[in-house]
Design a protein. Structure first.
Length: 335
């Protein structure tokens, strides 16, 4: 029983209070718990106690005053009890108010007809036809699992909320963990990413400043690098050691379905957070290789690498189709 109490998710992870950000006209002010909070730059924050009761506050300007009442919600952390405590932690969470929360972001606008403030429930402002973005993918420049690349892409809207983007990236440094000193090929690589997105079809985050999108991605990656391999060869019942310098040509074709969020940063810049899943087709080529996978015994020279010890470089041996999961972000500018 003690272990269930110690691992009940909302009881442990949620504090007694939660955070609510309020956005409205900057000439307004919020009165909450007898405290007046001016909306500096159009926003202020309150920290109500988690409760089964609705959240209540008053917002006003020079001519309008409106009482706002927000119903409580169930914290999403309570569902972590299902995989981690097989649901038993929910029994503990039901005994206290930490399972409750309120909407994190509240956007208020003036209803000119009723002459009062109301909660904005509409969708985010659409991206207009012919709008253009320029962006880069910073994580590609720090890719320690493969070959770091620098990237540049363009996203264009032929119709409202519908965009097509094309991104090009190229290797700018030596492949991490490269073990060859003799170069058959120049160490280089490039990739092309094409995306089709439709914005504002969903509004899960309920934030009119954030544009959500669903998309389809096709990415084509091509690398070539040099590698040193070691193996034992049997010749007329005699085993002898061979060290060979080989060239590796790696191809990746990736197809993903994606969901993403476009967060504005100031008036012109933005951050695009995305996740997705799909398939990847990985193939290799080794021109003029002497190693024979059917008769030679390969020595795993990468076994001392904790994260990079997967020997994926041999033609016909390591070719495969895999499930692909993507998670990343882009940083861009709206032209």
């Amino acid at each position: 029983m003690l272990s269930v109490v110690l691992t009940s998710c909302t009881t442990i992870l949620n504090g007694r209070t939660t955070r609510v950000n309020i956005y409205a006209d900057q000439n307004s002010k919020v009165e909450y718990k007898s405290e007046e909070l001016p909306l500096e730059n159009g926003t202020t924050t309150i920290y109500p106690f988690r409760s089964n009761e609705p959240l209540e506050f008053t917002i006003s300007n020079d001519s309008i005053s409106t009482d706002i009442r927000i119903n409580r919600e169930i914290s999403s952390l309570i569902y972590l009890n299902i995989p981690y405590t097989y649901g038993l932690g929910i029994l503990v969470d039901l005994t206290n108010d930490k399972r409750f929360t309120y909407r994190r972001n509240l956007f208020l606008e003036i209803d000119s007809t009723a002459n009062r403030f109301k909660i904005f429930e509409g969708k985010a402002r659409p991206f207009k036809q012919h709008q253009t973005f320029i962006y880069t993918s910073p994580l590609m420049a720090m890719d320690v699992f493969s070959q770091p690349q620098i990237s540049l892409g363009v996203e264009y809207f032929p119709l409202n909320n519908l965009s097509f983007s094309a991104e090009y990236s190229t290797v700018y440094t030596e492949r991490l963990g490269s073990s060859s000193r003799t170069e058959f090929f120049e160490n280089k690589g490039r990739s092309f990413r094409y995306e089709l997105k439709y914005y504002n079809l969903t509004q899960f985050v309920r934030n009119p400043k954030v544009n959500e999108y669903l998309g389809f991605e096709a990415r084509f990656v091509r690398y070539q690098y040099n590698k040193s391999i070691e193996y034992y060869r049997n010749n007329e019942n005699i085993n002898y050691y061979v060290k060979e310098q080989i060239a590796v040509q790696k191809s990746l074709d990736i197809f993903n379905i994606k969901y993403g969020l476009n967060f504005p940063v100031g008036k012109q810049m933005y951050i695009d957070l995305y996740t997705g899943f799909g398939i990847r087709n990985k193939t290799f080529a080794n021109p003029n290789i002497k190693y024979n996978a059917e008769s030679d015994q390969l020595i795993d020279d990468d076994r001392h690498f904790l994260f990079f010890g997967q020997n994926n470089y041999l033609e016909g041996v390591h070719d495969r189709k895999l499930f692909n999961f993507s998670l990343g972000f882009k940083f861009g500018v709206k032209l």
